[in-house]
Write a protein that binds this ligand. Structure first.
Ligand SMILES: Cc1ncc(COP(=O)(O)O)c(C=O)c1O
Length: 457
């Protein structure tokens, strides 16, 4: 295809003429020179002009074993020779079955049923609908359990249900009139703790507040939804140790289903296969996507317990069926990629090999704390958020109009690193397979870009 493709200049023009990019102010996009990616290998992306970049955010948090991974390439092409797609509505397919078995094997104990979809948003949307319907079908006395508890600053995707349980004003406030109401609990944003004023001597008052809400409203709550350990899109907000476990205990105590949104944290991101494992938490429902196919194809799944599944069984006429399904649900190509992705974890000892890289990253990030405008550094495994502030002492944030995060990533790009900020937070999320050499380079470029833009820019 590359020999026949239009020139770089023409592609740039066509992009601006036809594509409306997600989460992008298109007026700015149309003005700037933009990077168009043509190929990738391992942790390296190459653009249409031949310039190479380190993929510092894993192509939006999805790449696990690197681009053009031989085994995943082979799995997809082998499946392609059989069939690219057939439906799961009233039929089944081989890769979807084999993948479901593997997912149950690696998931937290108790999750035994797999409902497929194709993005993190749909996986969460499905979790919400399942939780709602579960209580409706459990018996008359549970019919009032129709609502949800979610965290302030949460991000669970962009469909209306997922946005309803979200809490990032920047993304969500426009759509408020479209959303259903949820009970919001405090987000453990320790650097800017609004409850105790400081993270030192944390008494986890946020968890106590959560209990207050659950105690008062449990009769009307179907489920609590949480990103375990790390609120990613909020800026990599780390929950204090023990917080997730406490939330699990409270959900059990107050008869509320716990939905773990592992869309960002799943598939090794935090150093274990799923973030829930760090605190031995067993959710009732788990949403997964992003890294499930190693970053190859869109696929997601919502896993539930047997108890939840059983509530949906009945005679056809009873209408207990889960009336939900997307056209590409359980797509064979995507499932084949996901099987190869999971097999590679074992074959390449991905999680074991990741540990020294996590430790190295942790050590190197300490240096960033010395920079004049780095307010907070948050890391869990291979998820990093570096919060830039105008004034370190007062924690005064940069105003939006300074576009500080965007300026840092533009600077990084000049030096061969692709990253994407969350407001004033610089995010680092390399593929788990990144080499030590590329990881060092990523750190150097990110450090230099932050220093240049915030201290001399
Ligand atoms: C925790 C979490 N949930 C859900 C989503 C939505 O996933 P998708 O963009 O695939 O719809 C994201 C995306 O970043 C996420 O981080």
């Amino acid at each position: 295809m590359s020999s026949k493709r239009p020139t770089a200049g023409r592609l740039e023009k066509l992009d601006k003429k036809y594509i409306w990019h997600p989460f992008t102010q298109m007026r700015e996009w149309e003005k700037g020179p933009q990077v168009i990616i043509e190929s990738g290998t391992g942790s390296i992306l190459t653009d249409i002009r031949g310039k190479k970049y380190i993929d510092g955010v894993s192509s939006l948090w999805v790449t696990v074993h690197g681009h053009r991974k031989k085994e995943i390439d082979a799995a997809v092409s082998s499946q392609l020779r059989k069939i690219a797609h057939s439906t799961l509505l009233g039929l089944s397919n081989v890769p979807a079955i084999l993948l479901a078995e593997k997912l149950v094997e690696i998931a937290p104990i108790g999750l035994s049923k797999v409902f497929y979809s194709d993005s993190g948003s749909t996986a969460v949307e499905i979790a919400l609908k399942i939780a709602f319907q579960y209580w409706q079908q459990k018996g008359k006395k549970h019919k009032t359990k129709t609502g949800f508890i979610s965290l302030k600053e949460a991000y669970h995707g962009d469909t209306i249900g997922s946005v309803s349980v979200g809490g990032i004003d920047l993304f969500h406030s426009t759509y408020k009139p479209l959303l259903f109401r949820t009970r919001k609990i405090e987000s453990p944003y320790c650097y800017r703790c609004s409850i105790e004023g400081t993270s030192s001597g944390c008494g986890m008052v946020c968890a106590e507040q959560a209990e207050g809400v659950m105690r008062a409203h449990n009769h009307e709550i179907a489920a609590l939804v949480i990103e375990p350990l790390v609120q990613g899109a909020a800026g990599m907000l780390l929950q204090p140790p023990g917080y997730l476990r406490k939330i699990r205990e409270l959900c059990t105590k107050y008869n509320i289903l716990m939905i773990a949104d592992e869309v960002a944290t799943g598939f090794g991101r935090t150093g274990t296969m799923f973030a829930c494992e760090h605190e031995k938490v067993l959710p009732d429902i788990m949403a997964i996507a992003k890294g499930i196919t190693g970053g190859y194809l869109p696929l997601a799944a919502t896993l539930t317990t047997e108890d939840i599944y059983q509530r949906f069984l009945g005679e056809y006429r009873e209408l207990k069926t889960f009336f939900h399904g997307h056209t590409y649900t359980g797509n064979p190509l995507a499932c084949a990629a996901a099987i190869a992705n999971i097999d590679l974890f074992k074959k390449e000892r991905t999680l074991q090999n990741l540990q020294p890289k996590i430790a190295f990253l942790k050590k190197e990030l300490k240096r960033f704390a010395g920079l004049e405008h780095v307010g907070d550094i948050r890391q869990k495994g291979f998820m990093v958020g570096i919060e830039l502030v105008r004034n370190k002492k007062t924690k005064e944030p940069y105003p939006l109009k300074e576009r500080i995060g965007i300026r840092v990533i533009e600077e990084a790009r000049k030096h061969g690193l692709i990253i994407r900020p969350l407001g004033s937070i610089v995010v680092l999320m390399p593929p788990l397979s990144i080499s030590m050499r590329d990881l060092k380079m990523l750190i150097e470029i990110a450090y230099g870009a932050i220093k240049t833009v915030t201290e001399t820019g």
